[in-house]
Design a protein around this ligand. Structure first.
Ligand SMILES: Nc1nc2c(ncn2[C@@H]2O[C@H](COP(=O)(O)OP(=O)(O)OP(=O)(O)O)[C@@H](O)[C@H]2O)c(=O)[nH]1
Ligand SMILES: [Mg+2]
Length: 492
């Protein structure tokens, strides 16, 4: 039995307003700022729609400016769909356009001296992959890279070769033609060409793009390159990873990047799990009497901070702020936390082992928020007050909250991704969270958490820092398979 100690730090913590870790880390700079360079038609708008769900057709007048092609590089482009991103778009560097070159270099130079939030955090230089022998980089491109080199630009610049699928198709047709000419029948030629075109495209891409970019002729003002296609999401994920790898160790930029991009789900999950860093900040895993600190701050506040961090990383378009509202937090607690508080030793779920019943209740309540807040919150508060005395149960709650909310948000991400308007509604949340709640993944998560708490004495200081690591392992083993999860309920 531990006797509560009276320690000054926890008294201070009692009065301290709980601050979200991610909100703190990004308070000086709330959006990732990216510059797009590339000729008209090179695929810039398409790319940003793919990566950021950045809806350029929105009603916003700034966006309309963008649509008509009057790209004023100084004019930041925002989208209500994704507020973690600011775009700047250049008109492109048509060969010989000195005025344009000056505009772009002056802009990059000017941003260099600005406060961090106004600086450029990355440059994507979009170049269409040539398929009929055109030059990949022209005089204007070389001149720009030259001036970036001489101004000692330090903003990571990635050369993004676009429309990779066109090269694949071009190669496929070329191969097919050759095989048919050699006497093969059309069907066999098509199949063979299809199977081989990716490999031959790779060779073409290396000679027509990579070798040119790496040649002496091209000033080394670029940091890296990749090839993308809007028809091949995995190529776009690679660009996101590449961009992330250029962000050095700035915690702010890493958080903003994970938030802003909407295509690399692994990156979202990984940052989402770092919401648990709040626990360190509050001293929960470093104090000798951890749960005393939890109680002083209140378990609900801790959960609410974690909740807000996780939701922010997923960065869904939630104009009504349903995801951070009290009803949502209550729903998550009721769906996932109660069983973590009342486990039974054989690893089966606790008192709510009738998922369809609890889900029906929750669904009804969440759709009708007025009926929800009162009784459910009272119940949850009661449980959480009771458990703060019991270290293992509290640790289990924290682990379950981080893991379940992360996977629930992943489920919601997949639901929203299928929607055209990308706006979160109550129904989407219910669909996504109940699907995860009844999934085998959720069972596994809770079983693993219970196994962990059962195996180890969590109250020992040297074990505590392992908790977040363990949550990471557990989530990694229980990641969702969206195709499997939503196979019988396709988005309407
Ligand atoms: N096949 C294929 N077409 C693409 C791809 N990316 C873009 N396109 C097409 O290329 C055309 C131009 O794309 P945009 O994204 O509008 O190009 P942009 O660079 O924004 O052009 P401006 O706004 O005029 O500067 C559109 O018809 C796109 O559908 C791709 O990866 N593959
Ligand atoms: Mg465009």
């Amino acid at each position: 039995m531990q006797t509560p100690l009276s320690d000054a730090s926890s008294v201070t913590a009692e009065d301290e307003e709980f601050r979200s870790y991610f909100a703190d880390a990004t308070k000086e700079c709330e959006a990732f700022r990216i510059l797009l360079i590339g000729k008209t038609g090179s695929g810039k708008s398409t790319l940003v729609t793919e990566v950021f769900d950045f809806e350029l057709e929105a009603q916003d007048c700034q966006v309309n400016d963008y649509e008509v092609g009057e790209h004023d590089i100084n004019h930041p482009i925002l989208s209500s769909n994704n507020q973690s991103l600011i775009l700047h778009d250049s008109k492109g560097l048509e060969a010989g356009s000195d005025a344009n070159l000056k505009l772009v270099t002056n802009f990059i130079h000017d941003r260099k001296g600005r406060p961090f939030a106004e600086q450029l955090h990355a440059i994507w230089y979009c170049v269409e992959i040539p398929i009929s022998g055109e030059r990949v980089l022209e005089g204007g491109d070389i001149a720009l890279l030259e001036s970036l080199l001489s101004m000692k630009n330090t903003v990571p610049l990635i050369v993004v070769f676009t429309k990779l699928d066109r090269l694949h198709l071009h190669e496929q047709l070329r191969l097919k033609k050759a095989y048919v000419k050699g006497g093969m029948d059309s069907k066999a030629a098509t199949a063979k060409a299809k199977a081989e075109c990716v490999a031959t495209s790779e060779i073409r891409f290396t000679t027509s793009c990579v070798e040119v970019l790496q040649s002496q002729r091209i000033p080394r003002a670029w940091s890296n390159y990749c090839a993308v296609s809007n028809k091949q999401p995995q190529t776009i994920v690679k660009l996101v990873e590449l961009t992330k790898s250029m962000l050095t160790d700035s915690e702010t930029l890493n958080i903003l990047w994970a938030q802003a991009q909407m295509i690399d789900v692994d990156l979202k999950v990984s940052l989402s799990l770092r919401a648990g860093k709040n626990l360190y900040r509050l001293g929960i895993f470093t104090s000798m009497v951890p749960m005393k600190t939890v109680r002083k701050i209140s378990m609900l506040k801790v959960l609410s901070g974690i909740h807000s961090d996780v939701v922010h990383i997923w960065n869904l378009n939630d104009p009504e702020e349903i995801l951070i509202g009290a009803n949502m937090r209550t729903m998550v607690r009721q769906l996932f936390i109660d069983p973590a508080i009342f486990p039974v030793l054989d690893g089966s779920p606790g008192p709510d082992n009738n998922p369809s019943r609890i889900i029906e209740t929750i669904v009804g309540a969440a759709l009708n928020p007025i009926t929800m807040v009162g009784p459910v919150i009272t119940g949850a508060l009661g449980y959480l007050d009771d458990i703060v005395e019991t270290t293992p149960a509290a640790a289990r709650v924290l682990m379950a909250y981080i893991a379940d909310l992360t996977l629930g948000m992943e489920s919601l991400h997949w639901v929203i991704r299928q929607k055209k308007d990308k706006v979160v509604t109550d129904e989407d949340i219910i669909k996504a969270f109940t699907r995860y709640r009844i999934s085998e993944n959720r069972n596994q998560v809770h079983k693993k958490i219970r196994d962990f708490i059962g195996d180890e004495n969590i109250s020992r200081p040297f074990k505590r820092e392992k908790v977040l690591e363990r949550v990471k392992d557990i989530v990694a083993k229980c990641r969702l398979n969206p195709k499997e999860m939503f196979k019988d309920r396709q988005a309407k």
